[in-house]
Design a protein around this ligand. Structure first.
Ligand SMILES: Nc1ncnc2c1ncn2[C@@H]1O[C@H](COP(=O)(O)OP(=O)(O)O)[C@@H](O)[C@H]1O
Ligand SMILES: [Mg+2]
Length: 250
């Protein structure tokens, strides 16, 4: 692992009496696909909130590309290439798929609303539209986002995050709520992302996780309990105890 990717040191987060993260050390190399596994309440979303800058850690260090992120607001981190999707949808339902993508591009530029509309030849919009097509939304670009199926919404959310032209993409449960029939398309579109992008994703579905991950990190109760290749993690007795021993997914 090189120092140019994402680096967390002794990262801790407390909410009142709840120790959501109890000292996380993590390194994700540039271009790596890392999956975070863990039971409900393990602290995975909190970890994303800290990396994206939506929460400030109680303690510890976050570095991206060798740069400490402490004190930077989410939009400042976005300018350094850090983008995320959310567990619950952030789409504007009455707008078209294309307009949601345009808004995502504008949002990444720091709310230069005077530039609206920029639908035509804008490079970032064209790239976002291309990603949406790759996710199977080509015929739906002018449809209202509110009409999309669950799987199509997840594809649009990913295209919106990519519209920010990130270098580190945080995906919170991209396959959540997808039907088994929708999963292969999602896996294929994520596998097709360029290796210039570093991916850190929370994913409960073992098949999705293991199909995408270079390495897997397993969390429980705010701590890392296992880390390794998909094969190593699958064979780890501690992981098997969590996943087969009633730890529960969530
Ligand atoms: N904003 C918050 N305020 C208080 N407690 C929180 C907050 N966010 C998360 N928690 C608590 O922190 C723990 C970890 O939650 P979370 O990061 O959402 O876990 P995961 O995403 O792994 O399911 C849980 O006990 C949760 O209730
Ligand atoms: Mg979560």
């Amino acid at each position: 692992m090189c120092g140019q990717g994402l680096r967390l040191r002794a990262l801790a987060m407390r909410f009142g009496a709840v120790q959501a993260l109890a000292g996380i050390d993590l390194e994700v190399a540039q271009g790596e696909r890392r999956v975070l596994l863990g039971t409900n309440g393990a602290g995975k979303t909190t970890l994303f909130n800290l990396i994206a800058g939506e929460l400030q850690p109680t303690q510890g260090l976050i570095e991206w590309m060798g740069r400490p992120l402490a004190g930077l607001a989410p939009h400042q981190r976005a300018r350094l290439g850090v983008a995320r999707t959310y567990q619950s949808s952030a789409l504007l339902e009455t707008l078209s798929v294309r307009d949601n993508l345009v808004l995502a591009v504008l949002g990444a530029r720091g709310r230069q609303w005077g530039m609206w509309p920029l639908k035509g030849g804008d490079g970032a919009v064209l790239a976002a539209v291309a990603q949406a097509r790759a996710g199977g939304l080509g015929a739906l670009l002018d449809s209202s986002a509110g009409l999309l199926s669950h799987g199509q919404r997840r594809q649009l959310e990913i295209a919106m995050a990519l519209a920010q032209q990130p270098r580190l993409l945080l995906l919170d449960e991209p396959a959540a709520g997808l039907s088994p029939a929708e999963r292969p398309a999602l896996i294929a579109s994520l596998r097709a992302l360029p290796r210039s992008l570093t991916l850190l994703m929370i994913e409960h579905d073992m098949d999705v996780a293991l199909a995408l991950a270079d390495r897997v990190t397993v969390m429980r109760d705010g701590r890392i309990v296992a880390e390794g290749t998909p094969a190593q993690v699958r064979a780890d007795p501690a992981v098997q105890a969590i996943y087969l021993g009633g730890g529960g997914h969530g």
